[in-house]
Design a protein around this ligand. Structure first.
Ligand SMILES: [Zn+2]
Length: 339
């Protein structure tokens, strides 16, 4: 197992559905003994200092969202079934018959999303409703163990290494980005840079971005690199805007992003022999970037996206090497990159 896979699996080991990121934040915190301080912000983001800010020097924020899409229980359970709504942009096409877990304080309760077999449906099979009926197989006798409205849940699939260094699991969006920024921030701090390095794993990106909007508050951040996921093509669809698995990080160009900072990251990647692709967005990036760029007095913000197939399903698929190369690029950032 590569270091990247081990780090990714440590980050995938705990749930963190938007608004309920606590367990995932604790799992991430355990990876940061090198930090000078670590705190959980009031909205649930994990923020850590890896290199102290210096007067008249840059201060770099490396950030990725920690939360994941999932489910929230909407009604008390009934006859061994419970209703739950999708949290974030779940691809509901995969919901029918999907394995899920509801996270109760006593531990996860397994369940299956109900599905009417095609044999019993007339016409084309329908897309599952946004409120799903989940079969728990019964209910624990002890009522205190029952799932309650407001508890979150997740779509489950065993993380699996495919051939080569391809990897498939739920929540790779954006634990893969978290893995890249954690490894990048640790790599940077090991070089004792003469500028500040702050790490933020933000809450609630999939549901409005409260974590991104508040991550830089009270910290004298001058520059930020946001790491998130973007679409990777399979090669079988008609050509459209998508990245390539194994093509390295995608450098974002968008109105909210700092043009020269993006160019500096491209130059640094070229010097290191790291392949990159350009991702051009004419308006919003669909990430924390906009919120971070306009927070505090304004922050020069760059976006690196890791290519991902089957986004917002339980079988998100990526190339582990793209995470490793993104981390390598982040850990090589120097004062000259922070233009
Ligand atoms: Zn994301």
């Amino acid at each position: 197992m590569t270091e990247t896979q081990a780090l990714l699996e440590a980050l995938l080991s705990a749930p963190g559905v938007s608004g309920d990121e606590g367990p995932a934040a604790l799992a991430a915190k355990a990876l940061l003994p090198a930090a000078q301080w670590v705190k959980i912000s009031p909205v649930g983001s994990l923020i850590a200092q890896l290199s102290p800010p210096r007067p008249n020097k840059s201060c770099l924020l490396l950030t990725a969202h920690l939360d994941q899409i999932g489910l929230v229980v909407t009604h008390p359970p009934e006859k061994g079934f419970v209703r739950a709504s999708c949290v974030g942009g779940v691809d509901r096409r995969m919901a029918a018959g999907a394995r899920v877990e509801i996270d109760t304080p006593q531990g996860p309760l397994p369940g299956v999303v109900t599905s009417t077999p095609p044999h019993l449906q007339s016409g084309e099979p329908k897309l599952p409703e946004s409120t799903l009926l989940i079969d728990l197989g019964g209910l624990p006798e002890d009522e205190s163990l029952h799932p309650r409205p407001g508890m979150t849940g997740r779509f489950m699939l065993e993380p699996t290494r495919l051939l080569g260094t391809r990897y498939t699991a739920p929540a790779l969006d954006n634990r893969a980005g978290c893995a890249a920024v954690v490894a990048g921030a640790l790599g940077l701090s090991a070089r004792s840079p003469d500028f500040g390095v702050i790490l933020a794993l933000t809450a609630a990106e999939e549901t409005g971005g409260a974590g991104g909007a508040t991550a830089a508050f009270g910290l004298d951040i001058t520059h930020a690199v946001v790491v998130d996921m973007s679409m990777a093509a399979t090669g079988f669809e008609p050509p459209h805007k998508a990245g390539k698995l194994g093509g390295g990080p995608m450098v974002g160009f968008a109105p909210a992003l700092h043009y020269n900072f993006a160019l500096a990251l491209e130059r640094l990647a070229a010097e290191l022999g790291i392949a990159t692709e350009r991702e051009v967005m004419a308006s919003a990036t669909g990430t924390d970037s906009e919120a971070i760029a306009k927070s505090c007095g304004g922050i020069k913000t760059a976006l690196l996206s890791i290519p991902l197939r089957y986004m917002h399903t339980a079988a998100e698929t990526l190339e582990l090497e793209d995470i490793a190369q993104t981390a390598r690029l982040l850990s090589a950032i120097g004062e000259e990159t922070l233009c």
